[in-house]
Design a protein around this ligand. Structure first.
Ligand code: NAP
Ligand code: GDD
Length: 392
């Protein structure tokens, strides 16, 4: 149910002058507006790149609940890409609006400077990316333009504008790749295994270097995999919960996956965005591993998911080599003790709770699909093919 969200223009809309302040009702409204403007001026301002993604939407929610004014960069697209933040958005003319969106792209340094100058954020969260590891093998140059050069564009814009803004970089456990040590912590050497991870490594070091060279309050969050009902549908967890719930309702009969033996340290995205904020609100900038400290295989994720639905996954799941990666990351397991010790951060949602949360949410979606299928073609085949030719 995507709607048009108004973007661009002045972040505070057009609400500064009211020529008709004389009537008491309007004067009252004007006072509320002035109070709101004062509140907005007094509240902290955050700028989020990748606000339309999984993490961006949870972070925006989290910061709005903390009374921040939140600005997000959205890339222009011919179809709406703002579904995940629809529930947070208010028209900028609404005096209670605290979320403002700006068109932009990380490849456009001039545009980034302009947005930074206009918004003057206290905190910048760089979350945007071509975030799919498998896709990065097909699009290595594009992935590097966004995940590596995009970051340097943003860091340069911050340096040029001399803003005292704090900077968060979305670094990734993928950088550990062919892990030379388990569990992985902040001192574990990196060994990237994909164009995605190589590009993220570039951004990791640039962030650290801008901290040391220019004294920018810049932090790397080395986040291990984190999932949610808002996870993109081609990442393995969501692919599984979507398919299993559709299978349970007779909307789909099979699921094709790649390597079932890989292991990941999966947490809940809602918990992880809190860690991003804690990093930028600590007294000194630093880099932190954010993880649960537990690892599970894809097979275990399948076990948990299908068990909730009283199904045996072995009957439905097939391995298709097209989903294998030229170089795989076999095992990720994070050691978040530094974040626990220094930021007092710990994950709240367990593996089991995470799977249940995703299954419940996807079951509700599948139920709606089922209703539509039954309504549209009574008696006809109810199979709705999904992503049969998806490359990832
Ligand atoms: P996601 O759902 O794929 O969201 C990525 C965001 O980046 C989307 O808002 C996307 O916009 C935006 N984007 C992509 N290319 C862009 C460009 N050229 N200019 C501007 N925006 C662009 O990813 P996520 O799971 O929220 O992850 C957030 C960040 O954390 C990413 O940098 C990811 O690499 C990193 N990370 C994620 C995890 C994880 O497990 N989720 C773990 C470690 C690190 P559209 O909506 O228009 O596509
Ligand atoms: N996507 C996908 N699709 N993965 C599959 C499939 C499949 O059909 N079958 C097996 N897998 C395996 C992959 O080979 C990989 O080992 C594992 O499932 C997880 O894959 P993804 O869910 O695509 O995530 P990822 O670990 O490659 O990358 C995610 O986590 C990183 C942090 O470690 C992304 O969110 C990255 O952006 C993030 O940096």
């Amino acid at each position: 149910m995507a709607n048009a969200i108004a973007l661009g223009g002045h972040p505070f809309g057009q609400q500064t002058h009211d020529r008709h302040m004389s009537t008491p009702a309007i004067a009252g409204r004007a006072r509320i507006k002035r109070d709101h403007m004062t509140n907005i001026r007094d509240s902290k301002k955050a700028l989020i790149t990748g606000i339309t993604g999984q993490d961006g939407s949870y972070l925006a929610e989290f910061l709005l609940a903390k009374d921040y004014t939140v600005h997000g960069i959205v890339r222009r697209s011919s179809t709406f890409n703002t579904d995940r933040i629809e529930h947070l958005y208010r028209d900028p003319h609404d005096p209670n609006a605290r979320l403002f969106l700006h068109f932009g792209d990380l490849t456009d340094g001039t545009g980034l400077r302009e947005i930074l100058t206009r918004v003057q954020p206290d905190e910048v969260y760089n979350l945007d990316a071509q975030s799919h590891v498998r896709v990065s093998f097909d699009q290595p140059v594009y992935t590097s333009q966004i995940n590596a050069l995009g970051t340097i564009n943003l860091l340069e814009a911050i340096r040029d504008t001399h803003l005292p803004t704090r900077f968060y970089q979305a670094s990734s456990s993928e950088m550990y790749g062919k892990a030379v040590q388990t569990p992985q912590n902040e001192s574990t050497p990196f060994y990237p295994r994909s164009p995605y991870a190589c590009a993220k490594l570039y951004s990791f070091w640039q962030t650290l270097n801008y901290r040391e060279a220019y004294n920018i309050f810049a932090c790397n969050g080395i986040l291990f995999n984190h999932e949610s009902p808002r996870r993109g549908e081609t990442f393995v967890t969501r692919k599984i919960t979507r398919a299993a719930t559709r299978i349970a309702l007779g909307l789909q009969h099979e699921l094709f996956l790649g390597n079932l033996d890989a292991k990941r340290d999966w947490g809940f995205a809602g918990d992880y965005v809190q860690a991003m904020w804690l990093m930028l609100n600590h007294s000194t900038p630093d880099d932190y591993v954010i993880a649960t400290g537990e690892t599970h295989s894809i097979r275990e994720f399948l076990d948990q998911t299908f068990a909730i639905l009283n199904l045996d996954w072995q009957k439905y799941v097939h391995v298709d080599p097209r989903y294998f990666r030229p170089t795989e990351v076999d095992l990720l397991l994070g050691d978040p003790s530094k974040a626990r010790r220094t930021l007092h951060w710990k994950p709240r949602v367990s593996f089991k709770q995470l799977v249940k949360m995703m299954v419940d949410s996807d079951l509700a979606i599948a139920n709606r699909e089922r209703l539509i299928a039954d309504h549209e073609k009574p008696g006809a085949s109810t199979l709705i093919p999904r992503g049969a030719s998806s490359p990832d």
